[in-house]
Design a protein around this ligand. Structure first.
Ligand code: SF4
Ligand code: SF4
Length: 430
């Protein structure tokens, strides 16, 4: 579907509602419908209600808020819809109206404030690192921790990512000279910067082996995906404009901006353009600058000799199963590239449905509606266990957080999570 038609539909929910032929193909694949089998929490139901809301036939009350906040934004429905109706995007727009009417919970506002100011984020995470053992039991071998007691947002049985002492971006110089003729920038994302730091370390190792210079984009701000999915459009505008200006300032000096994170790269590459639908200047600036943004495996596979380098390395004994993040496969068409690279040195065993959403769903789903996220994670954890794999891999730290928690609920202690970039670096080291 042409992007302009899509954009037009997003801002007139009645067009989307009128275009729905009620075929129901979206219902069996819908992540929320699988755990809450009710027509109102299905793509067809959401679209119908949004059409009624736009026509003035539905009041945006607490019940409507609860319904629209129950979508995982996984895009499974868009994938199978014969009319390619952008259910996820119309819901994102409706959530901005919800945020305006009901306000945003204090803890989300505090979190989004941190996402706007990286220096503040650095201080908060440093304090968090120093005091995390007071409230959490650290399970460092899987970079995870559990609350020592039930907290307002997190129950004591919940596995969460632990914090590192030094953020990835502060641990390295801005320019890393690998003696190469090529240069790329690295956009690491927040979970990669503060929690799962070995992803960035591994990416730097790979670039060094390929003799490609690296520019660590230290002034990057959060891509703002958590705020976008929650309807906090002020934070999205603030961070998106900053990142666009910042990328423009160094864009001519680099070949590509590598992002080892599906959600961040989809936000930068696709959602910024949608977000600026009514600001044509910013929309075209986003389109130009984001044309250099790639998922890390996508660029490494298509633009370097990495496969040849890996082919010279020995095969590993670890069995790997690969989960397709919604923001990689369905939004960006990236699924073959990580498999091509990882399969050079590891045996890949496919799980029953690698494209099924893991159930992360965003900040609201991970806090107020965690019972849905927990229920949606059960089938994914079972699929992983069934493969008997040593490692489950996905190029997405949001999936990592959710899948680690789901495997912990399922009692799967055998399988560890690794980003494909970490697996590739390990193979190169051997
Ligand atoms: S985006 Fe996912 S959870 Fe939301 S309606 Fe579509 S399939 Fe269901
Ligand atoms: S698949 Fe598309 S057209 Fe069919 S019911 Fe779902 S949203 Fe409507």
């Amino acid at each position: 579907m042409a992007i302009d038609k899509k954009l037009h539909e997003i801002f007139d929910f009645t067009i989307t509602a009128d275009d729905c032929v009620k075929c129901g193909k979206c219902i069996p694949v819908c992540t929320i419908h699988k755990v809450n089998a009710d027509e109102v929490t299905s793509p067809r139901g959401f679209i119908d209600l949004l059409g009624a809301y736009k026509r003035g036939d539905l009041e945006l009350d607490k019940t409507a808020k609860d319904i629209f906040e129950s979508c995982f934004l996984c895009t499974n429905c868009v994938d199978v819809c014969p009319k390619s109706l952008p259910t996820d995007m119309v819901i994102e727009q409706a959530r901005a109206d919800i945020a305006q009417k009901f306000g945003i919970a204090w803890y989300k506002k505090a979190f989004f404030l941190l996402l706007r100011h990286r220096w503040l984020n650095d201080i908060a995470f440093k304090l968090g690192w120093a005091f995390q053992t007071c409230g959490f039991k650290i399970q460092s071998e899987i970079e995870s921790m559990k609350p020592r007691f039930n907290l307002p947002m997190f129950k004591a049985d919940r596995l969460l990512p632990s914090l590192g002492k030094t953020p990835f971006l502060n641990a390295h110089p801005e320019n890393i000279d690998n003696g190469g003729k090529r240069k790329v920038a690295v956009f690491i994302g927040c979970l990669g910067n503060y929690n799962y730091r070995s992803i960035g370390e591994s990416l730097l190792e790979i670039l060094e082996k390929l003799e490609i210079d690296a520019f660590l984009a230290k002034k990057q701000k959060c891509c703002a995906a958590p705020a976008y999915f929650t309807g906090d459009f002020d934070t999205v505008e603030h961070n998106a404009k900053h990142n666009i200006r910042y990328f423009e300032s160094f864009g001519d000096d680099i070949e590509a901006i590598l992002v080892p994170e599906a959600t961040c790269s989809a936000m930068l590459k696709i959602d910024y353009e949608h977000f600026f639908h009514d600001q044509p200047d910013w929309r075209s600036r986003a389109r130009v600058v984001m044309s250099k943004v790639y998922m890390a495996t996508e660029w490494l596979e298509n633009h370097t000799e990495l496969e040849l380098l890996l082919a010279k390395k020995k095969r590993q004994t670890k069995i790997v199963t690969y989960h397709d993040p919604c923001h990689a496969r369905k939004m960006q068409g990236i699924y073959q590239e990580p498999r091509n690279l990882v399969s050079k040195n590891y045996n890949i065993v496919e799980m029953a449905d690698p494209n099924a959403c893991c159930g992360f769903g965003g900040i609201t789903m991970q806090t107020e509606r965690h019972h849905f996220a927990k229920a949606a994670g059960v089938p994914k954890a079972a699929m992983i266990k069934q493969t008997g794999a040593d490692v489950v891999s996905a190029e997405c730290s949001a999936c990592r957080m959710q899948i680690n928690a789901s495997m912990s609920y399922a009692g799967n202690e055998k399988t560890v999570f690794k980003n494909p970039i970490e697996l590739i670096a390990e193979a190169l080291r051997a």
